[in-house]
Design a protein around this ligand. Structure first.
Ligand code: SAM
Length: 253
């Protein structure tokens, strides 16, 4: 609970102290990831890592990290991008098969037009036995509409028009071009249907672990999850006997 309250307080500083906000959020996410893997000496891919706050946190933990980010302005938003950063698309990663120990993505999935394709790419580039950390803001989350929230609950078109009228500029995360509805249930089902990956964990990213039961409740999970974290492990094989089941006892459906 202490962690959740700390994060809640932190979210209030995103606009006023962005450097501190991203540093502390990155430290929290990286600490979360170390529940599932060590980082020192590991090769990590940060998909859609913006200017590299998460990459910096991985490097500080002794990992080697490659940042892939399509937007040159984002890459340079903090000055010189981290060494080895490349421009690239999460749906067509410029990375060979099964070379990464860890594939990480924070709050990118809802910004790509084909989330399933990005997930497939993250699985492709991660070695069997490696770890994928995939977190995203689901559409019906109170923050699902990003800068248009909470008006996205009245429809993406309405939320975008309202934002434009009030701010005299289009939303950066314009629905249909920069923001796409991604839902908890369909995403869980899509991942669980894959035969090349096991779900190590599925939890509301910012809440205590015990809250993961909400992910088993259709409807409720779409609103209260806020941000879904999936931790996956590629198994490097295709089974003919149906989806591979989790070895970590994930209880979501
Ligand atoms: C909300 S920011 C998240 C940045 C960082 N990962 C974080 O959690 O703070 C979304 C990022 O996704 C990137 N992005 C958008 N479309 C992408 C794509 N097709 N492939 C990879 N990244 C993409 C954006 O350029 C932006 O840097």
């Amino acid at each position: 609970m202490g962690r959740m309250l700390r994060l809640l307080r932190l979210f209030r500083t995103e606009q006023s102290e962005p450097e501190r906000f991203y540093r502390e959020l990155a430290a929290d996410s990286v600490a979360q990831l170390t529940r599932y893997t060590t980082l020192s000496g590991q090769l990590v891919l940060d998909v859609g890592g913006g200017p590299g706050q998460f990459t910096t946190a991985f490097l500080a933990r002794g990992a080697r990290c490659v940042l892939v980010e399509p937007d040159a302005a984002e890459l340079r938003a903090r000055g010189t991008p981290p060494p080895g950063a490349v421009r690239g698309d999460g749906m067509r990663l410029p990375i060979a098969d099964a070379v990464m120990d860890v594939c990480f993505s924070s709050n990118v999935l809802e910004h790509v037009p084909d989330p399933a394709r990005m997930i497939a790419e993250m699985v492709r580039v991660t070695r069997p036995g490696g770890v994928i950390y995939l977190a995203f803001t689901n559409w019906y989350s109170p923050w699902g509409g990003h800068e248009m929230a909470p008006w996205h609950y009245l429809g993406a078109g309405y939320a975008e028009r309202r934002y434009r009228q009030r701010n005299h500029k289009p939303a950066k995360n314009k629905p249909g071009t920069g923001l796409f509805p991604v839902h908890v249930g369909p995403t869980l089902r899509g991942i669980r249907a894959r035969r090349d990956v096991v779900v190590l964990d599925a939890v509301p990213r910012y809440y205590p672990r015990w809250t993961r039961f909400v992910l088993a409740v259709p409807g409720l999970r779409e609103v209260v999850t806020w941000n879904l974290l999936l931790v996956l492990r590629p198994v490097g094989r295709q089974s003919d006997s149906g989806p591979v089941t989790s070895t970590a006892g994930s209880s979501v459906s």
